[in-house]
Design a binder for this molecule. Sequence first.
Ligand code: SAM
Length: 361
Amino acid sequence: MISLKMVTPSHISVLLQEVIEALQVQPGGHYIDCTLGGGGHAAAILEHSSPSGRLLGIDADPEALTITRTRLRAYNGSTLLVNENFANLQVICIKYDFLPVHGILLDLGLSSLQLNSPSRGFSFQHDGPLDMRFSPNQEIAAADIINTSSESELAHLIKTYGEERYSRRIAHHIVEKRPLKSTLQLARVIEQAIGGRRGRIHTATRTFQALRIAVNHELEHLELALRQAVNLLVPEGRLVVISYHSLEDRIVKQFMRRETKGCLCPPDTPTCVCGHAASLRLVRRKVITPSPSEVKRNPRSHSAKLRVAERIVIQDEQYEMAEKLCCSVPIKANGWRRPATLKKLREWLDYEPVGISSHLG
Ligand SMILES: C[S@@+](CC[C@H](N)C(=O)[O-])C[C@H]1O[C@@H](n2cnc3c(N)ncnc32)[C@H](O)[C@@H]1O
């Protein structure tokens, strides 16, 4: 059972018990929490994998790391916490020699710690600068996008990332009223453009979501992380993703479905030219969502969708790839041996066409 100390006063971890079950956390396992946040999932993973389990925790936000480092103090010897972007997942694992990996968690979006902090600029309920960056090292903040994009670029962004039907009207009002500096100023402009509340949600919700996604390249980073996660998992290792809106969930769903298939050539292609091999098995076809009692306890969990897939036994091609990963012995059902040398592993990554190097800091 999950204990109460895994629930921080400021961020309540979503689908906690379900995450532990989906990851099949075992004592001695090695897990990666790509979105450490307040550390609730991480603490539960550590508790269930103790005494000899290990956790690599990643967060782009240095503030989240500071808070969580203190929280996970008791597990000092088993945790490695890094301030990084999960788009660099493979490189991070190599840099910190964190292989093999038995389970990977992505709990997407932002934490309540970030949402409730006015200075981070994520919320239209508090006044703050139009920032919205997960990491202070990012160059572009929301204010740059708001104040320098053309009206049509803004409309496109709000429509694409916010799925906002009044995107053009909102973009027009923003351009008329800018420069805009604060979250409340922007919320007011949106209200002037399309009115106040719309049903249960505030009219600024979708535009704020769109800006946050654009500022942090959230969808691109998700795609990069998913591809790398599959390569890192041992056979039967689990990939668990919680998403909070349809754009994220669509990417996760399509990715997992594609990776369960072998050849991806069109049906009328005489012989396979794509060379694609299945790498995942869906553990559950249907998404896992929070129970009504969880939503009541934590209303922010209402849109959560958990998907889980399992790395399948390595096929010939993946076998070859893993050998390139300089495993000193062939892969065994319970995972691969530590790489003989990190240098060889780095050489292998040099030929990876995933564009990882462009994300190296
Ligand atoms: C929903 S919170 C995670 C909450 C956490 N699971 C818990 O139990 O407290 C998402 C976290 O992921 C981080 N994050 C979002 N995108 C990221 C990325 N591309 N790389 C690293 N961290 C990211 C955010 O900074 C935030 O702290």
